[in-house]
Design a protein around this ligand. Sequence first.
Ligand code: TNX
Length: 529
Amino acid sequence: MAAAPFRRLLAALFALGLLTASPVASASATAAPRPPVASFADILPAPVSAVPAAGVSYTLRRTDTLSSDVPGIGGYLAAVLRRSTGYPFRVGTAPGAIALLLSGAPASVGPQGYRLDVTAHGVTVRARAAAGLFAGVQTLLQLLPPSVQGSRVVKTARWTLPGGRVIDHPRYAYRGAMLDVARHFFTVAQVERYTDQLAHYKIDYLHLHLTDDQGWRIAISGLPRLTSHGGSTEVGGGRGGYYTEADYRAIVRYAQARYITVVPEIDMPGHTNAALSSYPRLTCDGVVPRLYTGMNVGFSSLCVRSKATYAFLETVIARLAALTPGPYLHIGGDEAQSTSRADYAAFVNRVQAIVAARHKTVIGWHDIVAATLRPSTVAQFWSSTTGRPGDRAVAAAARRGTKVIMSPASRAYLDMRYTSATRIGADWAGRIDVSKAYDWNPGAYLPGLPASAVLGVEAPLWTETVRSSADLDYLAFPRVAAIAELGWSPASSHSWPRFRVRLAAQGPRWRAEGVRYYRSTQIDWPAGS
Ligand code: TNX
């Protein structure tokens, strides 16, 4: 058999997208009614402005091509469209039916915004920078039927977008999600999967909580026991795991391709049992603590007065800064309950200097306002209250110029149970069903905190009870979409009655993408989703 030429022909067809590796949904499934054309009213997060053009629509065709001023974004969109439509979608620079342009967007959209037009002739996204173009592409995908998010070709679908214009830009520069990979370890593939899901909602920071009492998850050259010993278990006593430098770089690159910046966190001086157990010179008394697989907090601390601690932190921070292209390093700083206030402040001050020497900006949990903060240092507000002395100290720091990321535990913590019936999660900050996660204003939440001090929002997912991607999906969705909307959409668009309708339209998209979301009874999910 003339195998080689045949293989070459197959490869060529494959490259053109005329053949596909994904399974083709059976044509006998035509009995299912076609989903209606998506609506501008369903775009989530809600855009600044969306004006439908009555009677106008555009339907993708097999012969359509795609042009992009940013090849990576053209490639990303073409890959998503090929997987679901089965059409070849050649990517070039000659004007195509879908055009992604770095020209012609109004100045008002800024570096992260875009303008999107759907006419009878095609779809155009215009932006002033690549991040804006990528955001526009996410809106474009939401204007296609839900099965566009699937991983199989749907032959029976009509790929129609409603006509009209969207002009859009974010309310806040920082729109984050945090994943705790220390309490339970999540593989590179699992983190990438979550990153893909977050990108749909215009999240632009992925904060990785890389170290805690139960595990140290990032290899640091020169300190091998941090991972070989400190990374060897997790909550409940499982095998744990860690990222090699190559793994971490892969996550950073994957996120970068989705215009998401990784913020690595090394939690200190508390939450350090795994490090102390790996290198007893970091303790004050030299007694080697055993690895910890429980769920308590606040019992461990680096020895904040010893030289060895700062030598260790120099090494760790230098390595992490070298591996991280983004501007921020998160130093934790929460729940240092076994350190005196004066020692704690002195420690945070020294660590700020170590990070600054590596040309990075510090983020810390809001407890760090007890130190003397550098002007660039950012505090992440995580309290479940707003009127206690600690809360007022955050507002006071903000009035002195400290920027704040809002993650109030009673609203934004994805590990809180939805209701008393939720099978996993915690409830120390209360129960958070979707309306509670959505119905607050980050700019006016903490009394005395100037709205201008808010850098953005973040939804943390602590993983003491989260063991799999199914668990992660269940706690993150739909709530992470609520926090994403608070970060992106204008405050004037805030409306729970309208949000719950927009959110319902995401159900079929999550189903198509394989996201096992929580079907909150507060939302009228469409049948079959
Ligand atoms: C508090 S919030 C913590 C974490 C826990 C979380 C569980 C914060 C800065 N610290 O160590 O995982 O509660 O909900």
